[in-house]
Ligand binder design. Sequence first.
Ligand SMILES: Cc1cc2nc3c(=O)[nH]c(=O)nc-3n(C[C@H](O)[C@H](O)[C@H](O)COP(=O)(O)OP(=O)(O)OC[C@H]3O[C@@H](n4cnc5c(N)ncnc54)[C@H](O)[C@@H]3O)c2cc1C
Length: 408
Amino acid sequence: MPRPAPSPAPPEVRMERQTRIAIVGAGLAGLTLAGLLQRAGFTVALYEQAAAFARIGAGIILSPNVSKVLRRLDIEDELATTGIRPDAFVSRAWDTGRTLYELRFDPAAEAHFDGYFINIHRADLHDVLQKPLAPGTIQFGHQLAGLEPRGEAIRLRFANGATAEADIVIGADGIRSRVRDAILGKEEPRFTGRIAPRAVFPTERIPGPMIRDCTKWWGPDRHVLTYFMTPRRDEVYVMGAVPAERWDGGDSFVPGSREDFIEAFAHFHADLRRVMEAATDVTVWPIHDRPRNDRWSEGAIGLMGDACHAVRPFMAAGGAMAIEDAMILSRCLARFETAEEAFATYAALRIPRVAEVQRISIENSWMHGPTEVDWFFGYDPSIVELIPAAASAPLKTAGAASARPATA
Ligand SMILES: Cc1cc2nc3c(=O)[nH]c(=O)nc-3n(C[C@H](O)[C@H](O)[C@H](O)COP(=O)(O)OP(=O)(O)OC[C@H]3O[C@@H](n4cnc5c(N)ncnc54)[C@H](O)[C@@H]3O)c2cc1C
């Protein structure tokens, strides 16, 4: 695939590189931002509540807009060989099995979108995202408990009793963000009325012919995705979304019943049923989101990823938005003199695009049938123009059309 030369350094590189930047949360957003900021010469501390990363059995779909960011960290090719480059995304009707849409991910598509489509195990993605970081960047076991002003700086207080100081704090701490609480006050995420039963199991358990690399089966009130996460195709990942009146399981996933999983899709086409019936080790995850809120920063404290724009996982784009945020935010921090200017420009660029992704995710319509996908997959956050916020169009009136920037 042709590789563009890295974009030239912006003419005004103003933020002092001695600025101490603290990132809270070493998820997709935090890891990517830390790597990009270190490459730009900043001193970064990354605080993660977990004692270590757990290998949770789940996959994630990454698209060329993400691939282009990972290229800037020199990990694009490693991800593309660790995960699988699926041959296509296929949408099929739940009852007849008819193909509703197929987007082929062949070399021509990769050249057109300038990046790879990659399906990967989340743990593998985490492993690779850590590689560009300087040793010791992630401070595990540090759960943020509070933020306090301290002169010109901000003091971070952690549940383990430790404290730290930074000039800029970025909340990349997910849907239940503690940093978000500090800016907007505490609000519970919204349960969407959907749960996600998931399973990972050996492909050899599935009788009959080999399944396609990545298929979404669309039913009237539920859907299910099946895909591989490595080039070996020896394990299949299945994730459904089914209605549920409420969720009593707390913040995380709970063990699920194999029988309930199969039963939920028992009326689907036989090609799917043979996959479902092979499932083992089912877990059930709640699906939460939040109503859109365009306040993403306060002074030198900013938000990114699910902390400011949690989306339903029906467009496979929440992680993509978090990684794109990292690219734009790192560029803004390198370009502007103050955190306030950087956050304002970052938010002005990101909000229309993220809002469109949130809208499509709620509608659950992405690639159900023929879909215009260039605006999403072709986007390159490493080269879009950073228009200072004051010169931007008013955010509140940004509609769907303006949310779809011209393909870079
Ligand atoms: C079922 C499901 C399937 C999905 N599939 C896809 C997909 O295929 N493609 C895609 O692009 N997206 C997908 N998503 C969305 C994607 O997973 C999220 O949007 C993405 O993980 C958000 O990244 P993040 O870094 O903002 O938050 P997270 O990944 O949630 O990371 C937050 C980090 O912050 C840490 N943290 C939290 N609180 C604190 C604290 N107080 N102190 C310190 N650390 C803290 C957490 O431990 C965690 O490591 C899916 C989501 C779900 C629920």
